[in-house]
Design a binder for this molecule. Sequence first.
Ligand SMILES: Cc1ncc(COP(=O)(O)O)c(C=O)c1O
Length: 372
Amino acid sequence: MEFIDLKSQYRAYQTEIDRRIRTVLEHGRFILGPEIAELEAALADYVGVRHCITVASGTDALEIALRALEIGPGDEVITVPFTWISTAEAIALVGARPVFVDIEPVSYNIDLDRLEAAITPRTRALLPVSLFGQMPDYDRINAIAARHGLPVIEDAAQSFGATRHGRRSCGVTTIGSTSFFPAKPLGCYGDGGALFTNDDALADKMRAIRTHGGLQRHHHPLLGMNGRFDTLQAAVLLAKLPHFDAELERRRQLGARYTERLRPLLHLPHAVPEVLDGNTHVYAQYTIRVPNRDTVAQRLQAEGIPTAVYYPKCLHEQPVFASLGYRWGDFPVAERASREVLSLPMHPFLTEADQDRVIDALARALTAENSS
Ligand SMILES: Cc1ncc(COP(=O)(O)O)c(C=O)c1O
């Protein structure tokens, strides 16, 4: 069994993917070829914003967003300690300081009751993450940001396609940032990402930073980077996009089925994912909480069930962020999550029979744990 089965997905859309790739090989415009503009228009339309700027990765996307907002040394950006390294890495890469706010235990997203207290005169942006595939309450986040005159960047690397009160992830904040890493809900066949905004000036700036700081050849008003998305990867996404909503529906069905069957087996608080009111969840990860997580994972592995841990350590535990001066105990909800979470196989091509194998193996692993 695969944790995320990209081969079945390829077989299902092979004709269209191959045709799209062949078209690029034939026209030969590999850098910012016509598929890039076509994809950016399709994605902006899908999200419901004016601008989409595709980039080389979700990490580059975050860095470009922060640079476009002119955030740098001496500035603080508020985010969470329970996320992939990129979120805080991008803040540090532009020379600013990541300021962590603990998560809340239900959705694993930023604790909105603690957010405002973390704002200081140095705060220049809020960078919440829509972890595992559902969004925090951006109405509340945007209201807090507005009170303090701050922009909001959504790290939507895991939530592309999710909605909150009918509005799509990536389209509800100053800038939305996502990733097309192969395992993401909308994944390409390499690295990739995109930025979304309704702000025309920011869009131009992000587009320029992506391409060495200028929109015209040999004219570089800004300090930029080579952060372009590959045309071949855009071709792959154009082939996958028409199937995306059906995939999200299948993810929702499988997520609900896991939850219904696992709830009676699991006893830790918030052990199964809960979908917040008004949200749809895309289950980039289907993440549960189990006691003795590492031995449970080993027992599953022994039965041929792959699992993953997102994330075994919080960012304030990472050596690279030791200089921020945080200590164990500063973020108890995130710390506890990092020791309890376990992600199960989840992708739109998971069969119910395979899902039952996961559930049965997990039930056996938990029984074995209880009696050991
Ligand atoms: C929450 C989060 N932010 C940022 C990223 C960075 O994306 P990428 O791997 O495309 O650089 C990822 C994915 O890896 C992620 O999960």
